[in-house]
Design a protein around this ligand. Structure first.
Ligand code: Z5A
Length: 217
């Protein structure tokens, strides 16, 4: 590997990204591979502040354009502080959400336009794109149930964050958008059936990752 490797994990809420990243990191580390686990929004001082602002359910309404700018500000800082230095140190970066989330959530579900948001993401990222994206595909009703054990329709009364609180229709738009992203670029975006048992999802993820690492060796 000349430089590091950048792998992103995408999917709707409760798809199992965080659990999968933990297990993939554990398996790669036991092979002696140096791994960096990171997430968006967050993982920098600025990014964690932005995360609090964005996901705080009690704050004032946020315009979809302001929301987009905040996610991208967190990303720009994350790229400069974490991703680029980790690539230079030849690490394998496992990143929970990146551009595809912005295209699906802000572009499709918030209605700002997938193509427009994609081109803004390209501008912000200055060529820093994942080598591989593992998209965990799941029926949103199943994902939401896993994440919170209840339907989104009653979530507002129970203190979920601003995005979690959105209804099933919103989360269905997100799944449709992720599927479109996968269909547009199947070489980068590898689809995993996230309704399967954790061990099976992880075995399929590791297969794709090992294939990538082998091709870059
Ligand atoms: N967002 C955005 O709008 N625009 C952007 O540009 C970016 C993000 C970058 C971040 O929230 C929010 O920001 C997110 C998108 C938006 N909002 N939503 N929704 P976050 O990081 O706090 O939330 P999340 O990414 O959605 O995480 P999550 O809900 O925790 O989902 P997950 O990481 O995919 O799932 P998990 O925590 O691994 O698993 C959830 C539960 O399911 C847990 O109990 C597991 O044990 C269980 N699980 C996991 N896998 C399985 C399998 N295979 N079978 C059975 N049960 C399982």
């Amino acid at each position: 590997m000349g430089r590091g490797v950048f792998i992103t994990f995408e999917g709707g809420e409760g798809a199992g990204k965080s659990s999968l990243i933990e297990e993939v990191a554990r398996q790669l580390a036991s092979d002696g591979i140096q791994v960096v686990k990171t997430r968006e929004p967050g993982s920098t001082h600025l990014g964690e502040h932005i995360r609090t602002l964005l996901l705080n359910h009690t704050s004032q309404p946020v315009s979809p354009y302001a929301e987009l700018c905040l996610f991208l500000a967190a990303r720009a800082q994350h790229i400069q502080e974490v991703i680029v230095p980790s690539l230079e140190r030849r690490k394998v970066i496992l990143c929970d959400r990146y551009n595809d989330s912005t295209i699906a959530y802000q572009g499709a579900a918030r209605g700002l336009g997938m193509e427009k948001v994609e081109s803004i993401c390209e501008f912000i990222c200055q060529g820093v794109q994942p080598h591989l994206t593992l998209y965990l595909d799941i029926d949103p009703a199943v994902g939401l149930f896993r994440a919170r054990g209840s339907s989104p329709e009653i979530a507002g009364e129970r203190g979920y964050d601003r995005i979690e609180v959105e209804g099933l229709e919103f989360h269905s738009k997100i799944r449709k958008a992720f599927l479109e992203i996968h269909e547009k670029d199947p070489a980068r975006v590898h689809l995993l059936d996230a309704s399967q048992k954790k061990e099976i999802v992880c075995a399929e993820a590791m297969k794709a990752i090992r294939l990538l690492l082998g091709s870059l060796a």
